[in-house]
Design a protein around this ligand. Structure first.
Ligand code: ADP
Length: 164
């Protein structure tokens, strides 16, 4: 049987322990996961980290998974990207109920465009239920720390950005 491959897309600006937990859970279901940093090529400077910086950091923090996890970036439609890399599944993480509405809309639109690509949701660990990249960026920018919520290497990169 062929390997099962899922795409885990997101902004990952930057990747948090919550995202890594979803990757770990995803690997219990799929043989391989492709973490895909989504960016808008007309607004490349809009995030804190560039897409290349995000990819490089994700590669480092997901090295423990070996070649079962690959990391890439893409601009444009997610379903087109899935077709390009021949992935039949999209993984998304769900935290509080607040995620649901947005994820529901995205899933329906993607299904409308590509009925052959299925979206599956994995529930965040309770330790990461309230973690988001934006909140962690804010905490570090204000001089705080987020141990256990963001990998050490990424916390260091955040500190470099905010307090060079
Ligand atoms: P996006 O901008 O596409 O929502 P994010 O990088 O914020 O990108 O998140 C990517 C995916 O990971 C989304 O499905 C999001 O719900 C999920 N996610 C974000 N933070 C967490 C977390 N702490 N635990 C589990 N899943 C999360």
């Amino acid at each position: 049987m062929e390997d099962t491959l899922a795409v885990y897309p997101g902004s990952f600006d930057p990747m948090t322990c919550g995202h890594l937990d979803i990757v770990r859970r995803g690997l219990t279901v799929f043989d391989r996961i492709r973490v895909a940093v989504a960016y808008n090529k007309d607004k490349v400077g809009s995030g804190l980290f560039t897409p290349d910086e995000r990819v490089a950091m994700i590669r480092e923090v997901s090295s423990e998974f070996g070649d079962r996890v690959t990391v890439d970036s893409f601009s444009g439609l997610l379903v087109e990207y899935c077709r390009k890399v021949k992935a039949g599944t999209i993984i998304r993480g769900l935290r509080a109920v607040a995620d649901f509405e947005y994820e529901f809309q995205m899933t329906m639109m993607n299904r409308h465009m590509a009925p052959d690509v299925e979206t599956v949701f994995l529930m965040a660990d309770q330790d990461h239920f309230y973690t988001s990249s934006s909140l962690i960026r804010e905490v570090i920018a204000l001089g705080g720390h987020a141990p256990k919520l963001v990998p050490e290497l990424i916390e260091k990169e955040l500190i470099k950005k905010f307090r060079p």
